[in-house]
Design a protein around this ligand. Structure first.
Ligand SMILES: Cc1cc2nc3c(=O)[nH]c(=O)nc-3n(C[C@H](O)[C@H](O)[C@H](O)COP(=O)(O)O)c2cc1C
Length: 324
């Protein structure tokens, strides 16, 4: 049920994907999604070297015989020490079936990936970038709405507008992301013309998610209003949980802080520490508005089963409505 060009391309059972999540989308979580019939992306930027990513790929393969992808998040500008080139070579060498890119145009890597038989799913926060991705040869586009955890772009356009706009405009398949977290959302995304949904926040709140239980407890009590968007001043808007670090960043931005001044608060290494220690106020922690709809931490297999069961019952309800 729910076969689309995405399930065919990625050779997975369900059109449900888990996007890259720095520090969290590691072997345990990625293999759990794969074993549950979805497509998940191991996140390269959780690894400090090519060797570490290779080991993480091998570890994931020990935990699942199902397909999984690798997320290669690129910063908007090339920074010293950037490992993107080396990560791209590695995914080709390792025969990874799908790469999720984000952050800047993956144009430079299209031929490399395709020559190695790797599909390219590029994640974008606006229609114009989706069109550009199609024009350079991406195999699918993931379009995120303003609700999403992580980077929603600078235009503040929500998923209800982004998803159908991309699906109507592009010929390649569109994957909807941002705020989707259940079976109702899956059916809505398919109705809007998407061929899959990509979730971050919902899988962040799973048993297999490798973050301190304090964050899981926070998530199941949080409201949709408990996230905020920061880093607009450096044109890197990010939706994160509303905590002390988020308020500090907002205050510093209002006072005109530069990237260098913000860096000690927003650096990925600080969030990693927080995930380990359970300090809820330390670090900027990506989190989408869907957090307000998550009331239970469950194993990934149960989350996926709930999504598919609910999708089927929503469809049955709609069919009944159509016949009445
Ligand atoms: C904790 C967390 C970390 C994330 N880290 C990354 C990342 O490293 N690279 C990336 O491309 N997207 C990242 N994202 C974005 C997700 O892949 C996905 O696009 C987003 O979560 C979808 O919206 P949703 O949170 O409403 O489901 C992150 C999201 C979350 C919640």
């Amino acid at each position: 049920m729910f076969k689309t060009r995405i399930t065919e391309m990625a050779n997975v059972k369900y059109p449900v994907l888990m996007g890259g999540m720095q520090w969290l989308a590691r072997a345990e979580l990625v293999s759990a999604v794969a074993n549950a019939g979805g497509l998940a992306f191991l996140t390269a930027v959780s690894c400090c070297s090519v060797k570490e990513l290779r080991e993480e790929i091998r570890r994931t393969r020990d935990l699942t015989d199902k397909p999984f992808g690798v997320n290669i998040s690129m910063l908007p500008v090339l920074m010293p020490g950037d490992l993107t080139d080396a990560f791209m070579d590695l995914v080709c060498e390792e025969g990874i079936p799908v790469v999720e890119t984000a952050g800047r145009s993956p144009e430079k890597y299209v031929d490399l990936l395709h020559d190695a038989g790797v599909k390219l799913f590029h994640k974008v926060p606006a229609l114009r970038f989706a069109q550009k991705a199609e024009s350079i040869g991406a195999d699918a586009v993931i379009i995120v709405g303003f609700e999403c955890g992580g980077h929603p772009g600078m235009d503040d356009v929500p998923s209800l507008i982004q998803t159908p706009a991309a699906a109507e405009t592009l010929s390649i398949p569109v994957i909807a992301a941002g705020g989707y977290c259940d079976g109702k959302g899956l059916i809505a995304a398919l109705a809007l013309g998407a061929e899959g949904v990509l979730l971050g926040t919902r899988f962040m709140a799973s048993e297999e998610s490798p973050m301190h239980d304090n964050f899981k407890a926070w998530m199941i009590n949080a409201q949709a209003t408990d996230t905020m968007v920061v880093e607009r001043s450096i044109r890197n808007a990010a939706r994160i949980m509303k905590n002390e670090a988020a308020r500090t960043v907002a205050r510093m931005e209002a006072e005109g802080a530069t990237l260098e001044e913000l860096f000690p608060v927003i650096a990925g290494s600080v969030s990693r520490e927080a995930y380990l220690s359970g300090d809820l106020d330390q670090g900027t922690i990506a989190c989408g508005q869907a957090v307000g709809r998550i009331r239970e931490i469950k194993p990934v297999a149960a989350i996926m089963a709930d999504i598919m069961d609910e999708a089927k019952s929503v469809l049955a309800r709609l069919n009944n409505l159509a016949q009445s």
